[in-house]
Design a protein around this ligand. Structure first.
Ligand code: SF4
Ligand code: SF4
Length: 311
């Protein structure tokens, strides 16, 4: 059964497959509300093409990462793979419940999802139970938790996304990672052009949303010189150094239109997903990633515009 499902998932786009027994989860974990009889959580990991990060690394094309690295994987590939695995389980008489992150629905009242437009999110929806996705990925053995809450996988580092299938089938589990990739180097924190990650690795989601959308002019090829002209602290915003509580983040986001969003309200990552890229470059330099390529990801020094261009 395990071999059959793993092969099926891999034939249908998954790159990494892991199985966690339900008793690896606390009794009050959302999986038991979603499916009280769940016996196994199947984790499906999908590499994000290293190639689609090139444009946001170089500042040359941003749409490829947004559409091919985020939107298509989340909205097309993952649902198809999870459905295929679920159908196979149901063919064999088991129950299967695919689980992917609802990008526009959240239980929290005051948070946001930087990858989508903040005003398209339905907040406070506790009736819609969602798994703890990162925790489940770790429990399924898809990777370990990095300092900035990215999943780090042995082959793809942080260049991976994931979804799940809950089932009442009992399937032999995989080992969880003994953490060995994240060395707490802090490069993810340093890389963020909006200083959205605290020293202990916590991501301020509103600040991240502002800078994910390109508020730092030194890292945004599309920003006009008079950007944020109605903001007194416009230079601090553009330098990534302004105070940005949630209400302020909404004001700033309302004056951002540097780049068109993809369908499904996915915003372009103008920050260049710098936290994940610098983490990947670090892991690659350490030689700890098992998937090797013919040349290193980073080809030249990082670029940035001069803040004086906005004065
Ligand atoms: S950049 Fe360093 S500290 Fe951050 S997640 Fe990667 S390995 Fe860990
Ligand atoms: S680098 Fe981008 S994605 Fe990462 S925390 Fe900063 S703004 Fe968010």
């Amino acid at each position: 059964m395990k071999r059959f499902l793993t092969d099926l998932a891999k034939e249908n786009w998954a790159d990494v497959v892991g199985f966690a027994p339900a008793d690896r989860f606390c009794p009050d974990d959302p999986i038991f509300k979603l499916m009280p009889q769940v016996k196994t959580v199947i984790g499906l990991g999908f590499r994000i093409l290293r190639g689609v990060y090139r444009g946001i690394e170089e500042g040359s094309t941003y749409y490829q990462y947004t559409t091919m690295g985020v939107e298509t994987v989340e909205e097309t590939i993952m649902p198809m793979t999870a459905l295929r695995v679920s159908c196979a389980l149901e063919e064999k008489g088991f129950l299967a419940l695919p689980q992917r992150r609802h990008q526009n629905i959240m239980a929290e009242e005051n948070e946001t999802n930087p990858e989508v437009a903040y005003d398209s999110i339905y907040r406070g929806k506790t009736e819609e139970i969602q798994m703890n996705f990162l925790d489940a990925a770790v429990k399924c053995g898809l990777g370990e938790k990095g300092l900035h809450d990215a999943l780090l996988n042995d082959e793809y580092g942080p260049f991976i996304r994931y979804c799940f299938v809950l089932t009442d089938a009992v399937i032999a589990p995989d080992e969880m990672y003994a953490p060995h990739l994240c060395d707490k180097c802090g490069k993810c924190i340093k890389a963020c052009p909006g200083h959205a990650i605290s020293e202990d690795g916590k991501v301020d989601c509103w600040r991240c949303a502002v800078y994910y959308n390109g508020a730092n002019g030194t890292k945004n090829p599309f920003m006009p010189p008079d950007a944020f002209e109605n903001f007194e602290d416009r230079l601090e915003i553009i330098a990534g150094e302004a105070e940005i509580p949630a209400a302020r983040a909404k004001e700033i986001l309302d004056s951002i239109y540097f780049y068109p969003p993809a369908k499904h309200t996915y915003q372009a990552s103008i920050c260049g997903r710098a936290c994940d890229i610098d983490c990947y470059v670090h892991l690659e330099e350490l030689g700890v990633l098992k998937k090797k390529y013919n040349s290193p990801f980073r080809k030249r020094d990082k670029w940035e515009f001069d803040i004086n261009d906005f004065k």
